[in-house]
Design a protein around this ligand. Structure first.
Ligand SMILES: [Zn+2]
Length: 66
């Protein structure tokens, strides 16, 4: 009963962790999610919460140094 359809997933689809950093990208209208447990990154549609697949590094204009 705690699941909330349409609000995006709360769990990492890769390791089922709830430790997720969620960042709304207004330009793409997606939520960019990062699992702080396993480090996986993926995108979700910000309006529907639909899983958009694993984030490709080439798509983001932001440079990440890690
Ligand atoms: Zn994870």
């Amino acid at each position: 009963m705690s699941s909330d359809p349409g609000q995006g997933r709360l769990q990492c689809p890769y390791c089922d962790s709830y430790e997720i950093d969620r960042l709304y990208l207004a330009s793409l209208r997606v939520d960019s999610c990062v699992c702080t447990s396993c480090g996986a990154r993926w995108d979700e549609d910000a309006s529907t919460g639909e899983f958009r697949g694993r984030q490709s590094q080439a798509r983001t204009s932001r440079t990440e140094s890690r």
